[in-house]
Design a binder for this molecule. Structure first.
Ligand SMILES: Cc1cc2nc3c(=O)[nH]c(=O)nc-3n(C[C@H](O)[C@H](O)[C@H](O)COP(=O)(O)OP(=O)(O)OC[C@H]3O[C@@H](n4cnc5c(N)ncnc54)[C@H](O)[C@@H]3O)c2cc1C
Length: 387
């Protein structure tokens, strides 16, 4: 499978992290790079493809690109044109679809006019427009703020409890298999109410999808004469047969160290795709179901990609426990115990030697948005290889 060529770099993982590093090393430093992935495709979890009905789908869940980094945006723009897209998410609450994060228009959709107007006026007075206020803050104010009337405190408490119970509790419990209480206030306290009429999910400066998809973007990153690519090729095979000077490893850090401290816990997902012979299925790319069904959300890709097609494809997303070898590790579990276990592996990194670099969501055991993964890869390149 592998050629007998000698490489400066072996990069394990052809996701965004590996692809950006490969591109930089090849184009900026003229290094010879072999990049491998054990999956049969490139682009890692951002992989997209046409399904059997010709509809563009995201195989590992909806991927919406958004960033405030002009550097990351400019860098990627050299490899793709963009399809402008601003993500909007609806949640089904008490039989009605309302925007999330919970915002001012939700008050008016869900509550009687007088109550909605009173709550809106209280939020604007207290926090100002265009602010995201964590519901923990609403609760603290309801308990402690001396400058609020008794009615205002009761309203804040009631609203925080409503959002927590109807929007957050059920979704979080399904998503993590843990109750918000088990996850702790560092997660639960961050759920915001958006004091705004802006119903976009992200407020970042740049929001778009690569015009021809993420797989095409990664293919374009890897289109350099100094880069060789092997898919369906795992690190254990390459390590013993390929000759290279430096290893960049974007796979799971616990796997690299033979699980010597135990397995890092992840949450996994199952996606059930369904093709429907109607132009559209739902009102938005994403509809969340916090309190009904076993799935957390339904994604309809056409809304995001802008593709014109007679039919449409949706994915229902079922969170599940991660079992190594049986399903994919998606989200690091946000518990102190996981972080402490990761720290043990992080201490081993030095022992792997100066010729090994770890980067990416699996190697850093960290949830990165795509722009953060790209930003991290660019930073690693600058600090470690270009300096
Ligand atoms: C459900 C879901 C939805 C998401 N939605 C968004 C979103 O809307 N917007 C956003 O910005 N981000 C989103 N993300 C995050 C995004 O997927 C990551 O930022 C991105 O995938 C990180 O790229 P990476 O290269 O670090 O990791 P990955 O994409 O995981 O790539 C790592 C690659 O390494 C390969 N590999 C691992 N071990 C080995 C080995 N031993 N040998 C060979 N190959 C190996 C894997 O097969 C994989 O292809 C989402 C993530 C998930 C899980």
């Amino acid at each position: 499978m592998f050629t007998s060529k000698r490489y400066d770099f072996l990069i394990v993982g052809a996701g965004l992290t590996g692809a950006v590093l490969a591109e930089r090393l090849a184009s900026q430093l003229g290094r010879r790079v072999l990049i491998i992935d054990r999956r049969a495709h490139i682009a890692g979890n951002a992989h997209d493809r046409l399904d059997d009905f010709g509809v563009m789908i995201h195989q590992y869940g909806p991927h919406l690109f958004h960033t405030n980094s002009s550097d990351v945006w400019a860098y990627l723009s050299a490899f793709t044109a963009w399809h402008p897209y601003e993500h909007r998410v609806l949640a089904e609450i008490d039989g009605q679809c309302v925007p999330v994060p919970f915002n001012i228009s939700c008050l008016h959709s869900l509550f009687p006019k007088a109550q909605a107007t009173r709550l809106e006026s209280l939020l604007v007075r207290r926090y100002g427009m265009e602010r995201k206020v964590p519901i923990l803050k609403l609760r603290d104010d309801a308990r402690e703020a001396q400058d609020l009337s008794k009615e205002d405190r009761e309203d804040l408490r009631w609203l925080a409890d409503f959002i927590y119970d109807k929007v957050f509790h059920g979704y979080t419990t399904k998503q993590w298999g843990l109750t918000p209480e088990e996850l702790g206030p560092s997660i639960t306290g961050r759920v915001p109410i958006h004091v705004s009429q802006d119903d976009r999910y992200f407020q970042d400066t740049y929001q778009a999808l690569p015009q021809n998809g993420y797989t095409a973007l990664v293919r374009s990153l890897l289109q350099h004469e100094n880069i060789d690519l092997e898919t369906s090729a795992s690190f254990v095979d390459a390590e013993s047969t390929v000759s290279f000077d430096h290893l960049i490893y974007t796979g799971p850090i616990d796997e690299y160290f033979d699980y010597s401290h135990g397995e890092l816990p992840y949450r996994s997902l199952r996606f059930d795709f369904e093709h429907i012979t109607e132009p559209f299925y739902q009102q938005a790319t994403q509809v969340n179901f916090p309190n009904t069904h076993d799935y957390t959300r339904i994604t309809e890709f056409k809304h995001a990609t802008g593709q014109q097609s007679d039919g449409t494809t949706i994915a229902r997303e079922y969170p599940q426990a991660h079992v190594r070898g049986e399903n994919e590790p998606y989200y690091p579990i946000p518990l102190d115990t996981s972080r402490r276990l990761y720290d043990k592996y992080a201490q081993e990194v030095g022992k792997a030697g100066r010729h090994v670099t770890f980067a990416g969501r699996l190697a850093d055991y960290k949830y990165y948005n795509m722009d953060q993964a790209v930003g991290r890869a660019l930073a690693v390149f600058r600090k470690q290889f270009a300096a």
